[in-house]
Design a protein around this ligand. Structure first.
Ligand code: GLA
Length: 667
């Protein structure tokens, strides 16, 4: 379980009592109890209230809130409140404000207006965090620490002079000498050679493409600079409250932060998730993020820290979740490894930029409110799921995913701006999601021995030992599927020479001579003998076979008849290579074939639109069945089960309503 301080599925939301007069707090606490709320993320944006003037702290109001919540059985995920500094910090230290690539300073008046490298910001944040930790260290309501909020959400990088100095220090530590930096950055190109450290800057606005390795290093640095802020707070919290888990909220596949690196420093992985109810496919992307969250924590349960009970306010048009959809999407997170379901936010604000954002207690109040009824129902149901706490999700398929490679793949000056990492990952993920086959995400240097299949969408940048690692996995009997523009460069973004993908050629049994990037409307086809033609687009590799067999060949253009998809037996395993982007029907067929060859089974054979996952806890097995369809669905259950939400036995056919959910324990 996440913490024995709260041995239940977490349920609650962001609580901002400082937006309300004190009389409302009593009602809040009573309603929380009524809704089955057991945890709130408290005071995330309260810095200006907690420290109204520099060094002058006011915790009395927060004491009263925490005591009141505790008296009502509501525990606290206490925020460190450092995501939005008070206006006085900017007035005293304007240099603590962040600056964009174009040199524009960002002022207070919204939130997240701090330069991560600013020592004034860090100093002020550290003393607030220390005081909070000292004050609440022994409070029985304290269950977890919520550090800052959505790091990097609005300001993932800062280009100010302080950041430039900090970047130079980071580079010195990475390279040791200026010559090593010149070499790594390839500064012989376009007369970029540096003769003094002070000449080196962040990749600020330039006449044309800035140096790619400089851009890459600045991304690494910017993720690390924010991580330093997190670690600075976490160190203080761990020193003062060693038993209290420390977390911050992630944002799914958020490009600016290397979450592999971040998750290692956290006790609990938490995610904020806002799938768009107007997108009928939104649940597929949500599932992919949830599998990432579980994987970031090495399979440990994570917390859905924020979602909306009803609607957001920050899209151009903010569709309402349909009746039952919030419940369904909440269970989707639990089905994929979450042991907590929380919301933004508890009570809808009257003022400010988020007043039209949905909340557990909406503007209309609780009486005859559909949202409130759904919130209460979910709270009561989650209260029946303690048996799940700590349950794991067994998976035999791994998708190799890497932030640095993602950054490199999508830099400017690439062969095609249309090759997008998440679209490519989704092309692999979707067929498995639809087949109800469990998937973990892993980093490129992960131990793959526990998996039968490794999927490698566009791993542009590979570690030096990628050939041995992936080759070892396949020769030991694993199946690998890799797509084009993989293994192209080293960690400095220098091309690996001698035919792409240099280190992986032996494993794949081929050599890519060149590639052709397609216009957006351009199409080709690939022919699979015995199965016919499938459309492809985006990219064509020109492949020379060196032992691999062709599975599909191009039908048009000057490379018609040449291999587009190949298969290579390697040791006891097999490696497939996709030199293009085939239509989804081809991916369904290919991944279906790979799974059945590897003996990888779905959680459940279910009709279209029905998601099924398995979690296991010790010897117990739980089956989640979720109907994303707008029609009812009948599902054949293997064997006998007990429905944890109703207490009834289930066997044979399970009938699910539209948006219906079943959480079953094997009888
Ligand atoms: C994010 C933030 C919250 C709030 C919500 C609104 O997740 O963490 O403070 O702004 O978005 O959707």
């Amino acid at each position: 379980m996440i913490t024995d301080r709260l041995p239940h599925v977490f349920y609650g939301g962001d609580y901002n009592p400082d937006q309300w007069p004190e009389e409302v707090w009593e009602e809040d606490a009573r309603l929380m109890q009524e809704a089955g709320v057991n945890l709130v993320s408290l005071a995330i944006f309260s810095w200006a209230r907690l420290e109204p003037r520099p060094g002058e702290y006011d915790f009395d109001w927060l004491d009263r809130v925490v005591d009141l919540l505790d008296a009502h059985g509501v525990k606290v995920d206490l925020a460190t409140a450092t995501a939005s500094p008070p206006p006085w910090l900017a007035k005293l230290h304007p240099e603590s404000l962040p600056v964009t690539r174009e040199g524009v300073r960002l002022w207070p008046g919204s939130r997240q207006h701090y330069c991560p490298s600013s020592s004034e910001y860090r100093k002020a944040a550290a003393s607030l965090v220390r005081r909070l930790a000292e004050r609440y260290r022994d409070h029985p309501a304290l269950v977890m620490w919520h550090v800052n909020n959505e790091y990097g959400c609005h300001v993932p990088e800062c280009y100010c002079d302080t950041s430039a100095r900090h970047f130079r220090e980071w580079l010195r530590a990475r390279y040791g000498s200026l010559e090593a930096l010149n070499d790594a950055w390839g500064t012989a190109f376009w007369a970029q050679h540096y003769s003094d450290w002070d000449e080196v800057n962040p990749p600020r606005a330039t006449p044309t493409f800035p140096n790619p390795t400089q851009q890459l290093d600045f991304r690494r640095f910017s993720s690390d600079a924010l991580l330093e802020c997190f670690e600075m707070e976490a160190r203080i919290l761990r020193e003062i409250t060693p038993g209290v888990p420390v977390s911050t909220n992630f944002m799914g596949f958020f490009k600016p932060l290397d979450y592999w690196k971040w998750a290692e420093r956290e006790d609990v992985v938490a995610d904020d998730s806002y799938p768009d109810p107007s997108d009928p496919e939104a649940h597929v992307g949500a599932a992919m993020s949830y599998d990432l969250m579980r994987s970031l924590g090495g399979g440990r349960p994570w917390v859905l820290m924020e979602q909306t009970p009803s609607k957001v306010n920050w899209r151009r048009r903010n569709a309402l979740k349909r009746p039952g959809q919030m419940r369904l999407w909440s269970y989707q997170a639990v089905a994929r490894g979450a042991d907590g379901v929380m919301f933004f936010q508890w009570r809808a604000s009257r003022a400010g930029a988020e007043k039209f954002h949905g909340a557990m207690v909406p503007h209309v109040g609780t009486e005859s409110s559909r949202t409130w009824e759904e919130v209460r129902q979910l709270g009561s149901e989650l209260g029946r799921l303690d048996a799940l706490l700590g349950a794991r999700t067994p998976a035999s398929v791994a998708i190799v995913f890497d932030w640095e490679s993602w950054w490199g793949l999508e830099l400017d000056s690439r062969p095609s701006a249309d090759v997008r990492m998440l679209e490519q990952a989704m092309a692999y993920y979707r067929p498995l999601f639809e087949a109800n086959i469990a998937v973990d995400f892993v980093r490129p240097d992960a131990d793959l021995s526990g998996y039968r299949i490794a999927l490698v969408p566009n791993l542009y940048m590979t570690p030096d030992d990628a050939g041995e690692r992936l080759g070892g996995f396949v020769s030991d009997g694993g199946a690998l599927v890799m797509s084009f523009f993989s293994g192209t460069v080293d960690r400095n973004d220098h091309v690996r020479l001698g035919g792409y993908p240099a280190q992986l050629r032996e494993l794949l049994g081929l050599r890519v001579e060149d590639f052709d990037a397609y216009a957006p409307e351009q199409r080709n086809h690939i022919n699979v003998p015995g199965r016919g033609a499938f459309e492809c687009d985006l990219w064509s590799d020109l492949i020379g076979l060196e032992g691999a067999e062709p599975l599909a060949t191009y039908t048009a253009d000057f490379y018609a008849g040449r291999s587009a998809v190949t298969r290579n037996r390697f040791g006891r395993g097999v490696a497939y290579y996709l030199g293009t982007r085939p239509e989804p029907g081809f991916m369904d067929w290919l991944l279906g074939t790979v799974c059945s060859e590897a003996g990888v089974e779905p959680a459940l054979e279910a009709p279209d639109g029905v998601e099924a996952t398995i979690r296991t806890n010790g010897g117990r097995e739980y089956l989640f069945v979720l109907n994303h369809g707008r029609e009812g669905a009948d599902v054949r259950l293997p064997g006998g089960w007990r429905d944890l939400l109703t207490g009834e036995g289930r066997e044979g056919t399970l009938r699910l309503d539209p948006f219906g959910v079943a959480v079953l324990e094997r009888a």
